[in-house]
Design a protein around this ligand. Structure first.
Ligand code: F6P
Length: 400
């Protein structure tokens, strides 16, 4: 039975990472394990890496970010797996809990062939796990990892931002293109429906400028202002990311997206000459959707997922992932085998979970009823569209 266990956080941060760490620390204390926290993701287990004893009192589960800091270190590409295993053994660590998204889990999978490991997921992109089986009736309870810890808090930030923007959009008759994160998956962008976004464009559906322009034209004619929420990961006709600066690659070889909202605004100005070009704005939400405190639902389930990972190590269930399952009464942490959570194609590459297209109505650029069914346990019923103030004002006349 492991007596000294380690933990690290890799990849982009989320609001709920400290909550997962707190759940891990509390459970470790309860079971009598010493807990070692490695700083800056996988970098922390390499030569020169820093580590310290992690106790529950050090961790504030209501604070966003990660006490352990993070990095996108790729032990596979850097050929450092053996060094990491040696260091973990030298320190007397008998089990490791990496908390991360697909990249961290990919490195963790390779490490787990030589070292006792159990995982907890996190990512605001919500792209680790599996969708409900195909078919007309969506069975949400069959989703692998119903959501990734951190996603609900980011979705709430996107919802708040879009809901708040409605007032300025109305006051100044703006057409605002808001850019949400999500490198490959449209989950976060779709959540904007709860903030009453007029039109939503996700990376799973190829961007078609003329179609979007037509949808904006129609909305603008109806209400005089429009909020479009697009995912940073949407792709042009050639299937390429729409990036507004020099393409940059991260340690895992992914091109960093960013700036598509600015590109879209420029093309909409050209396609919609009837709308004053001064009405258009692009707004990149950036880190404001990844920072700050977790929402209670996210915090609580993340703590429970962390505790489950420690319990799994204690019970000798290795190479598992603490995931989240939707049950008839709510959401529960569930331990699943790594292969079931981290899907791979025939060449061994990890397949990220895309937005289930049953959740999106591509015709209307909106969330579908099945999508509202997915988000209901997180945010309740989809709000009904506001009656625009214009409709309630009674016009006295027009000054001639
Ligand atoms: O992987 C999560 C994510 O937030 C993506 O949505 C985003 O593209 C990326 O990380 C940005 O990461 P950073 O700016 O921290 O490198």
């Amino acid at each position: 039975m492991p007596k000294k266990i380690g933990v690290l956080t890799g990849g982009g941060d989320t609001s709920a990472l400290n909550a997962t760490l707190k759940g891990i620390a509390l459970k470790a204390e309860e079971l009598g394990f010493e807990l070692v926290g490695f700083m800056e993701g996988w970098r922390g287990v390499l030569k020169g890496g820093h580590y310290f004893t992690l106790t529950p009192d050090l961790i504030d589960e209501n604070r966003g970010g990660t006490l352990l800091k993070s990095s996108r270190t790729n032990l596979i590409k850097d050929n450092k797996l053996d060094e990491a295993v040696d260091n973990l053994k030298k320190l007397g660590i008998s089990g490791l809990i990496p908390i991360g998204g697909d990249d961290t889990l990919t490195v963790g999978t390779a490490l787990s062939e030589q070292f006792t490991t159990t995982f907890v997921t996190k990512t605001i992109d919500n792209d680790v796990g599996g969708n409900p089986p195909e078919g007309d009736a969506v069975d949400y309870s069959k989703m692998v990892n119903y959501f990734c810890p951190g996603f609900p808090s980011s979705a709430q930030s996107v919802i708040n931002a879009v809901r708040d923007l409605r007032t300025t959009t109305y006051s100044h008759d703006r057409v605002i293109v808001v850019e949400a994160m999500g490198r490959d998956a449209g989950w976060l962008t779709l959540s904007a429906a709860y903030g009453q976004a007029d039109l939503i464009a996700v990376p799973e559906v190829r961007y078609q400028p003329e179609r979007l322009a037509e949808a904006i034209r129609k909305k603008h004619a109806e209400q005089g202002n429009v909020i479009v929420v697009v995912s940073e990961g949407i792709r042009n006709d050639a299937g390429e990311l729409m990036i507004n600066s020099e393409a940059e690659l991260d340690a895992f070889g992914h091109t960093k997206p960013g700036g598509c909202s600015e590109i879209i605004v420029e093309s909409m100005k050209k396609l919609l000459p009837e709308i004053s070009s001064s009405a258009f704005r692009a707004l990149i939400l950036g880190y404001l959707q990844r920072c700050g405190s977790p929402i209670p639902l996210d915090r609580d389930i993340s703590m429970r997922a962390g505790a489950l990972a420690v319990q799994a190590l204690s019970d000798g269930m290795f190479n598992g992932v603490a995931t989240i399952t939707r049950t008839p009464t709510g959401i529960e942490p569930t331990l699943l085998p790594l292969e079931q959570v981290l899907m791979r194609d025939e060449t061994g590459h990890v397949i990220r979970r895309s937005l289930d297209l049953r959740f999106y109505d591509a015709e209307r650029y909106q969330m579908s009823p099945a999508g509202a069914g997915y988000f209901r346990p997180l945010f309740g019923n989809l709000p009904r569209p506001d009656l625009s103030l214009d409709d309630r004002l009674i016009e006295i006349g027009e000054i001639g």
